[in-house]
Design a protein around this ligand. Sequence first.
Ligand SMILES: [Zn+2]
Length: 409
Amino acid sequence: MRALDRVFGQISADEVVELTRALVRIPSVYRPGETGANEAEVASFVEGWFRREGLPVEVQEVAPGRPNVLSWIGEKGPGRRCLLLEGHTDVVTEGDAAEWTWPPFGGELRDGRIYGRGAADMKSGLAAAMVTLAAFKRAGVTPAGKLVVGALVDEEDGMIGVRHLVKTPAGRELDAAIICEPEENELCLEQRGVVWARIRARGHMAHGAMPEAGANPITALGALLREVPALEKQLRKLCQKSRHLKPPTVTPTIVQGPPRGVGAPQSNVIPALAEMTLDVRLTPGIDAEGMRGELEALCRKAEAAVPGVKLEWEPVNAFRLATSVDKAEPIAQAMMHGVRKATGRAPRYGGVPGSTDGTILRMELGIPIVTCGPGNRLIPHQVDEYVEVRELVEAAKIYAASALKYLEQ
Ligand SMILES: [Zn+2]
C-alpha cells in the first residue's frame, strides 16, 4: 500500500472527535493571578497523549504554568525540510455560562457538531494535527523530512508562546507552517494584519470653568478622531486590494481621560492626560516604516489643532503586519495537492480576518505559512461555539497528505 493510504488508514473520525471533546473539557482560559487558570492542564494532557503514542516530546516552559508542547516524527537534514502543524492551547473566556445552550466546557456532541469554548478555536484543529502525527507513527511511515506538531500557549493575548518558539532551535529549523485555525478547511494564503496604536495626549490641567487656563488633551483626541476616516482612506490606497480580505479599517476602541491609574476623573477638571487606542487592521502592502509614518502624521495633525497639547503613540504588542504567501510556494502547492487527495475536490480559498500565531512565524522567521483548519470562521469567541464533525477528519487528512507531499520534495 502507498504511504499516504497507510497514513489515511490510521486516521479515524471517531478518534479526532473524541480527542477534540477531551480537549474542550479542559478549560484553558488564561486568567492572570488565578491559580490553575492557564494552559498547564491541557498542555500536560497533550504531552501525555504524545508520549503514549511513543512520540518524542519537547516541553518549553514559556512562563509559569504556560508550557509549549512540541512533538515530531522524522528528521531535518540537508535537503530535508521541517514543517510545523501549529495550534494553540488557550481559549478565550466563556463569558456568561448561563447564556450557553450546553455547558461551555462540556464538549457536547449533538447533530454532527461538537459544542464548547475552543471547539472551533481551536482544539479541533489541534486534535486533527495530533491525530495526523500519530497516524504517521502508527502506519510506520517516516516522512522524508521532519513533521512537527506545536501546541502553543497564549495565542489569544500577547502570543508569548510563538514568540518564545521562534527564538529556540525547534523554531529556527522550521521551513514552513500550516496554521490549523478555523477556516472551514479553506486554504488561506493571506491574513490581515493588526496594529494597536496607543496614543497619549499630554496637556495642562485646569479648572473646567476656565478652559483658557489649560490645554485640553481630550479636545486633542477629538481632533484626532476627526482624522480617522481620512487615515482609513489613505491606508486603503496604500494597501493592496484582496479578494479574500476585507479592506483596511481604523477603529477607535478605548478612550480615557484621565487614563486609568492616573488620577481620578472629575467633572470640573481638565485632566493633564488623555489616552486612546486605535485598532488598525491591514491588508498586505504597507511595511512597519510606512505604518509608523502614518501614525506620526496623524498625531502631528491633532497637535496642530489644539495648541499646548503634545501627542505621542506606541504600538501595543508590537506591529503584526498582514501576511501573504505566493501560490507558487512549495507549501501552498503541497496543500493544493493535499486537499485534492484528502477530499477529492479542488481547494477552496479564503483569507484570515485577524492575526494568528502564523503572523509571528512569518514576520520573525520569514517562513511561508498557510492557514487551514476545521470550524466556521465567524464562530470563534461566540456563545455556543461549535465545530462540524465532518470537517475534523477532513482536516486531519488534508494535513497528512500535504505534509507527505511537502516533505518528500
Ligand atoms: Zn485561534
